[in-house]
Structures are given as C-alpha cells and as structure tokens.
Design a protein around this ligand. Structure first.
Ligand code: 6CM
Length: 258
C-alpha cells in the first residue's frame, strides 16, 4: 500500500494453510467450530440428561443414553484436570500417529491414508474385535488446532484435536470383514500457569491442564447394547487415565511446550 508521502507499507497476507484448498476443508471448519463450542459447555449447560458414570480423582465421565435404529450411540463427555502437562503437549501426543500404538489399547492397526497438511490427516484404523460382535474399522480426518484463549488473554492458548468420520476410496465401508463405525471426537485442552515463587522460573509444578473429551460413536451395525455400554464404561476411563499418564511420562524431562 502506498501512502501520500510515497512510503510503501508491506501488506502481509494472512497465513494460509494448504489444507484450506482441500475438498474436506469446509466440513472441517464447520465441525471443528461446532465441536469446540459444544466441548466448552459444561455438563449442566449443554442440555439435560448427562449422567455421571465414572469418577476417579479429578476425572469425571458423563453419558447420555441414546439409540438410533436400535443402536447405542450414547454421547460421552469427560472432564479431567491434570498437573504438569500443557494442552499443546496433550494434543501433540493425541494427534501424531507415531505415538498412537503406545496409548491406544483398543487399536489393532493404524494407517495414514492422506496427509492433507501437517495439522490435518486422514486415518484408517481397525480396532480389536469384541466378542460377540464383528470387528470394527473407521476412517476419519483428524485436525489439530490452536485457539485463542478468550477468558485469559495472557494465559497459554487453547489446543484441540477433532476427529470426524469420512469416506475414502481406498477403504470403502463394510467391504471386508469389518463393520464400519462412525465417530465424532473432540479433545479440548485449556492450560493454566500459576505464578511461580518470586524469581523462580515456571516449572511443571506450576502447570495445570483442564481436559474435555467428547465423543459420539455409532457402532455401524449390530452390537448388543448391554455389551457396548459395558465396553464403554470400562474402556473410556482406562483410555483417559492411560493417555494422560503417558503424556506426563513422555514430557517430564522435556522443556514445557505451550
Ligand atoms: O479418541 C480416541 N482415540 C482416537 C485415536 O485412535 C480416535 C479413535 C477412536 C476409536 C473409537 C473406537 C472405540 C470402540 C472400539 C470398539 C468397538 C466395538 C464395537 C462392538 C462392541 C460389542 O478418536 C480414544 C478412544 C477410546 C475408546 C475407548
């Protein structure tokens, strides 16, 4: 832009991710906005019917019993507060494929079908068979994003990963031995840094992360409701405890990543 004085001010275009050119981008934008808004609502605000089904220390897990065509699709909302790790660290280990076998116990096989950009991937996963149901698989895009912290502008940014089912020509649904499941998952992480003692640098003891994990999984085909609910009741608390312990262990001797 040229001012009257003749001085030229360089105009920097806003940063553009190559993902914004992808066919899935409008859907990714829409779903990420929706899921983040839902995750930010407390269990008291986001409609009635959330029932607490698991509790362990700071961790609380709620579900709403819902069925579609006789299949259990209970929405799940979990909140947890973990000391010593940041939201960025949690999202880093949740998003990146090289760590997934370390913490995802229901996983049999994982494959990245497409790298849309460094923060957006398409995965195919097969999960362990649970008797008496057929084995399940899933194809989903996964998107990692940093969000501004509106509540505390001086505090660290908020980080999120959203996973949402999609289609991919290399893995059509229900073509092999697996039944295709459909999911929407959102991990939202808000970090708080307490002021350290005068003169001391911020250490991991000063950091607390509030985690919200929301998921809706449609099993995609017949699965007995009682078995499915029993599996979720056992597996979700196990996942969140194991995953957060894994991130604590991975990061304990590393510099803090905000
Ligand atoms: O969100 C989680 N993991 C992510 C990375 O893997 C991703 C994948 C979620 C897959 C969720 C599938 C769980 C159910 C698998 C068994 C289905 C059996 C149906 C038949 C039963 C009778 O979002 C953590 C997921 C934690 C799951 C407990």
């Amino acid at each position: 832009e040229r001012l009257k004085s003749g001085q030229v001010i360089p105009v920097t275009p806003p940063p553009t991710s190559p993902a914004t050119l992808h066919r899935l981008w409008p859907e990714i934008e829409k779903v990420v906005k929706q899921e983040v808004a839902m995750a930010k609502l407390g269990v008291g605000e986001s409609g009635t019917g959330w029932q607490l089904f698991a509790e362990d220390g700071e961790m609380r897990m709620y579900r709403r019993e819902e069925e579609v065509d006789g299949m259990v699709v209970d929405p799940l909302k979990a909140v947890h507060v973990v000391k010593g790790i940041t939201g960025r660290e949690l999202c880093h280990y949740f998003f990146n494929p090289q760590y997934r076998y370390d913490w995802e116990t229901t996983l049999e096989h994982m494959n990245v079908l497409e790298t849309i950009s460094e923060d957006t991937l398409i995965f195919h996963q097969t999960h362990k068979r649970i008797w008496p149901a057929s084995q399940r698989d899933v194809v989903f895009w996964s998107h990692l994003r940093r969000l501004p912290n509106d509540q505390d502008r001086d505090g660290p940014d908020i980080w999120t990963v959203v996973n949402n089912s999609t289609e991919h020509p290399d893995h059509p649904a229900n073509a092999g031995k697996c039944v295709r499941i459909f999911l929407t998952v959102c991990l939202l992480c808000q970090t708080r840094v307490d002021p350290p003692k005068a003169g001391a640098p911020v250490s991991r003891d000063d950091i607390t992360c509030k985690i919200t994990y929301c998921s809706v999984v449609n099993p995609g085909g017949w699965a007995p409701a009682s078995v499915l609910r029993a599996v979720y009741k056992r597996e979700y608390p196990k996942f969140l405890k194991r995953f957060t312990a894994y991130v604590k262990n991975q990061t304990k001797d590393k510099p803090i990543m905000y």
